[in-house]
Design a binder for this molecule. Sequence first.
Ligand code: V47
Length: 383
Amino acid sequence: MNSEAINKRPRHSFQTDDPQLEPIADKVQRGERLSFDDGVALYRSGDILAVGWMANLVRERLHGDLAYFNVNRHINPTNVCVASCRLCAFGRKKGAADTYTMALEEAWETAGKGLTEAVTEFHIVGGLHPDLPFEYFMDLVRGLKDRYPQVHIKAFTMVEIAFLAKRGKMTIEEALERMKAAGVDSCPGGGAEIFADRVRHIICDHKIDGGEWLDTARLTHKAGLRSNATMLYGHIENDEDRVDHLLKLRAVQDETGGFQTFIPLSFHPENTALGHLPKSSGMTDIKQIAVSRLLLDNFAHIKSYWQMVTPKMAQISLRFGADDIDGTVIEEKIYHDAGAKTPQGLRRQDLVRLIVEAGRVPFERDTMYRAVTRTEDSFTVAV
Ligand code: V47
């Protein structure tokens, strides 16, 4: 990390027309932890510049001008899912007309497709298939490791881990050990949605509940795997639900230190059972990034996922608390089934341009945030 860049802050002094923000700004400047009520006040404030100033202060304390991205590929092995979540446009019931399940050879081949530059990460998530055995997923991972040994495998959300363990009639601990032995290097942050029961019952009734998601994350970290965490916002949750979600993550992070990155995900209503809801606004998206940065004082990274909020908003987020904009992705299905108008993927050079134009310094990372150095068609990771 560039320490000169980090030490030159802060540049401006805090100003606000919202008196509720004054005591919060004092705490942020002193590096003190924010409370539940502080979180609600931040969400309710209309002074986005003041909220953003505070989030930017924290972001620059941690990372200076660096903005992280990676060169990754998403693989979604199946869209067959037992869970029928109202929030989702991707999952299909077994037997429906437009289901797909990749044969293993097809998944391995897909992994190598559309590559203009060497990827450093496979991001693997999919539906909860009622019939695919645990070993299908382990074979998938083993086959990827055999073919692409240099690529980090970030696979299976807490929801998938809990489901696969149950299907394979084993404990979560055992499932995690077998995942690790097969070649899983870390886990993505999906399936967290909103932990509050009242909301979870409506948007994703058939998934593990919030407590189980958090327990599975604890076990994942205990098994030595890092994971990410997400929150789905912009549907029927309120400010208190969002703060509750963030503080529950913060509490687990205090215990385990195993979360790597937090990614707020804006809800895309199209083609879901909640299609009547409006899309989140720019104000909500940018505030979500800033409040996450401020409340999650023990998370190193806040990612503004360009696929979700658009490349333009991800770029602006780099001045409102985010330090990461995710990667090239190459092929995205989950939000595109829900009406996302963003491109399926971006080239490395597009990500670099977004970051440079935001006045930040691009830092190509691997999944563990180590520097990646590239030649034309290969890469090395700093150790
Ligand atoms: O868990 C599903 C969300 C998640 C919709 O860990 C939807 O680096 C919006 O978790 N509108 C999966 N969101 C994606 C995910 C993720 C993405 C990027 C990076 C990482 C990471 C993780 O997508 C699901 C759910 O919360 N989702 N349907 C929808 N209609």
